[in-house]
Ligand binder design. Sequence first.
Ligand code: ZN
Length: 252
Amino acid sequence: MTPSSRLRVTVWNENLHEQHQESVKKVYPRGMHTPIAEGIRRELGGEVTVRVATLDDPEHGLTEKVLADTDVLTWWGHAAHDRVADEVVNRVHARVLDGMGIVVLHSGHMSKIFMRLMGTSCRLRWRENGERETVWTVSPTHPIAAGVPHPIVIPHQEMYGEFFDIPAPDELVFISSYEGGEVFRSGCCYYRGGGRIFYFSPGHEEYPVYHQAEIQRVIANAVAWCAGGSPANDLPSARSDDSPRHWYLIPD
Ligand code: ZN
């Protein structure tokens, strides 16, 4: 595979809890983006180039050029959704409609970009007391479930429960259950314009969820799936490379 055909991934992280909250610093001393990026690199190997962008970068690290060079963007935000500039949100939204994939993680459900893409309030029930989360695969042949244990057990997580105010997912890959008895649609696929979207809820900042290899595997699979959209055949496209991409992973 030539370098020019590599899958180009941008891992976006708000990166505030890690800087300002001791408990989170301990779990993610190099920022949550580091294990997320490392997991994508490990699982997708030499077929991928990964860059990191954060809220404090100029234009949040999401300039026109960066987005033009991005096949799939991953998004983690929580404390500062309102600090993300509308101009950048508009830019990301336009790129998704034009074919860029986006993987929205955990509290990104209330980000401007996810709410814009969904068109609903995206509210949910939540309780933060470190319960066990069990992530069940409900679509075992879906590429995002490839090589993923059934179930994935996360020893400590924030509970996210139904009702989750999202449009019915185009494809549902995972549902989660919690010690308290709640359930949640934790892995949801959508198509918007030419772009693919995956929402994956595990990943509260206080727990080492993104250090778990099977969670990294899901994210890497999701990146590969979100990159799988082919350019539209009858819409103007800003993409420079019009060759179809198929990045599905083979199960172990
Ligand atoms: Zn959280």
